[in-house]
Design a protein around this ligand. Structure first.
Ligand code: NAD
Ligand code: TDX
Length: 370
């Protein structure tokens, strides 16, 4: 039985990880800490909070007193650290929060974990998993080999630089203090509960509402799409079986350019409307509602500054050492994701209208550390 802290557990990957962990390891004690930024949503966690399967704490990883108190109260033996500012475009518009949370917040959490584990002589049996990104390695050309764990760090956005900085802090804690930490660098996740500011949910929702589908630049940028369920399986494997001090890359093996991704979303939405007559009444502005194609909505817009051209992950270390391989093919994963958004209209309408945030402030504002 482990006592587990999941930071950022109300975010996209965090929520998926909480559910996956709860299902796979029912004996573990789970505490979620999340600052409840605009990106957070605890609705899917509410049943787990209500039946006390998890404990939820609204709090900032940069709050040293809170972090120390949580370690004292729960004696964590596992930390899965996902809390971050995660959206590249926001980091370009307003980078400061990225440095606060991703760099200083990670430092504060590392320090609280190290202090506690040293004081209690728990270094040998504790594990700290730092969840990072392939963006730290920079951008590839078409013919370059995929990133390995030995690729040099060349971050190009303030987000990527902040994640690179946090990776370096974790590495330094391992080398200097013997911190029992591991790092994963993964590619673009997609799936249920992703905030509608990110490419795939944004395009699905815009298609349903008949709004333009804004592709940056010429849409030739390539990402390696990883289904969030495969990512969560890999994270649980790495934290338990990975070698302390090591880095593991996690990839989906699904390289697609943005034009292909948006085209596939259009085809998937069109097919869903063709198969279900009720959708036309629910989403009358979608071109598919009147027999057209969502492709008519595609528009190319001004590129993102410093837009990385290609990410690709060589995940052979993870497969060879730990046996983790992705199981979700991109077409299947995308179809499941489109249907998840079709089936969770209230969820994304609340997020996109801002009503959810107001509700959260009201209902969770009082939930400070217990
Ligand atoms: P997300 O933005 O959906 O969720 C992040 C969560 O962290 C939110 O719930 C937010 O409220 C919380 N948070 C932010 N600042 C905080 C703070 N100071 N204290 C406590 N909580 C705070 O992000 P995500 O997509 O779920 O990503 C999770 C992690 O995975 C991040 O570290 C991100 O860098 C990494 N990652 C994500 C992807 C991806 O494709 N989504 C790919 C590679 C790596
Ligand atoms: O409206 C859009 N139009 C568009 O063309 C948006 C939102 C994005 N894009 C492009 C930019 C990227 O090439 O789509 C691609 C994916 O964009 P995002 O969803 O913003 O993801 P990305 O910038 O690749 O970063 C994501 O993967 C790595 C996550 O947000 C990061 O947290 C993660 O580290």
């Amino acid at each position: 039985m482990q006592s587990v802290l999941i930071t950022g557990g109300a975010g996209f990957i965090g929520q998926n990880l909480v559910h996956a962990w709860r299902a796979a390891r029912p004996a573990d004690r789970l505490v979620v800490v999340d600052a409840m930024t605009y990106a957070a949503n605890v609705r899917s966690l509410e049943p787990l909070i209500a039946d006390r399967s998890i404990q939820f704490v609204k709090g900032d990883i940069g709050d040293a007193a809170l972090m120390h108190r949580l370690f004292d109260e729960h004696a964590f033996t596992r930390v899965a650290h996902l809390a971050a500012e995660s959206h590249v475009d926001r980091s370009i518009a307003d980078p400061e929060a990225f440095l606060q949370t991703n760099v200083l917040g990670t430092f504060t959490l590392l320090k609280a974990a190290l202090d506690f584990w040293q004081a209690k002589a728990m270094i040998e049996r504790a594990r700290f998993l730092h969840v990072s990104t392939d963006e730290v390695y920079g951008s590839l050309d078409f013919t370059d080999p995929a990133f390995t764990e030995a690729s040099p760090y060349r971050p190009n956005s303030p987000y990527a630089a902040s994640k690179a900085s946090s990776d370096h802090l974790v590495r330094a804690f391992v080398a200097t203090y013997g911190m029992p930490a591991l790092i994963t660098n993964c590619s673009n996740n997609y799936g249920a509960y992703q905030h509608p500011e990110k490419l795939i949910p944004l395009m699905i929702i815009h298609a349903l509402e008949g709004k333009p589908l804004p592709i940056y630049g010429d849409g030739s940028n390539i990402r390696d799409w990883l289904h969030v369920s495969d990512h969560c399986d890999a994270l649980m494997n790495v934290i338990e079986h990975g070698r302390s001090g090591e880095t593991y890359n996690v990839g989906g093996g699904n390289e697609r350019n943005n034009r292909e991704v948006v085209g596939l979303i259009c085809e998937t939405v069109d097919a869903a409307f063709a198969a279900d007559a009720n959708l036309a009444a629910r989403f009358p502005s979608c071109p598919a509602a009147s027999g057209g194609s969502c492709r008519a909505l595609i528009s190319f817009v001004t590129d993102r500054p410093g837009h990385d051209h290609r990410y690709a992950i060589n995940a052979s270390k993870l497969a060879t050492e730990l046996g983790s391989r992705c199981s979700v093919g991109f077409e299947d994963g995308l179809r499941r994701t489109v249907h998840w958004y079709l089936d969770h209209e209230t969820w994304w309408r609340d997020v996109t209208s801002g009503a959810y945030k107001a509700w959260i402030d009201k209902n969770y504002g009082f939930r400070i550390a217990v």
